[in-house]
Design a protein around this ligand. Structure first.
Ligand code: MG
Length: 158
């Protein structure tokens, strides 16, 4: 038995803030405006995992009004979501993430990103795909105002 889920998230970019993507610190003059560490890719992945089991979304699970989650490392949120998935009797088969960001170029970080997510999720490296694209300078991503991420996750009954 299988379940599929999709997740989507956007964060605004601002100068002088840290940029975390897929649990990896990216060298960048701009970073994400957020209540947590702003790891927009992990947030999309969490929503894909939760979506597969109709468990709501991360905003519902970890409210941005709660001081407990202020500045929190999103890897902790992902670990909690994976725990929840396993507690429900499901396992992650694979996940595929697409990051749309105009700058900086993040291709060189992709191996570390996959490594990090596979370790937090407790799955093989080849079960995690991370892809990066620009939007050819079109839209809010193209103007460097924000970053957009889509994720899909397939779950299998344990
Ligand atoms: Mg978010």
């Amino acid at each position: 038995m299988f379940r599929i889920g999709q997740g989507y998230d956007v964060h605004q970019l601002r100068e002088g803030l840290p940029m975390w993507l897929c649990g990896v610190r990216v060298e960048s003059p701009v970073g994400f405006v957020a209540h947590s560490d702003g790891d927009v890719a992990i947030h999309a992945l969490c929503d894909a995992l939760l979506g597969a089991l109709a468990l709501g979304d991360i905003g519902h699970l970890f409210p941005d009004t709660s001081a407990e989650f202020a500045g929190i490392d999103s890897k902790i949120l992902l670990a909690r979501v994976i725990e929840k998935v396993r507690a429900c009797g499901w396992d992650l088969v694979n996940a595929d993430i697409t990051i749309a960001l105009q700058a900086p170029k993040i291709a060189r970080y992709v191996p570390a990103m996959r490594e990090c997510l596979s370790s937090v999720c407790g799955v093989a490296l080849d079960a995690i795909s991370v892809k990066a694209t620009t939007t050819e300078r079109l839209g809010f991503v193209g103007r460097g105002e924000g970053c957009e991420v889509w994720a899909v996750a397939l779950l299998e009954r344990e």
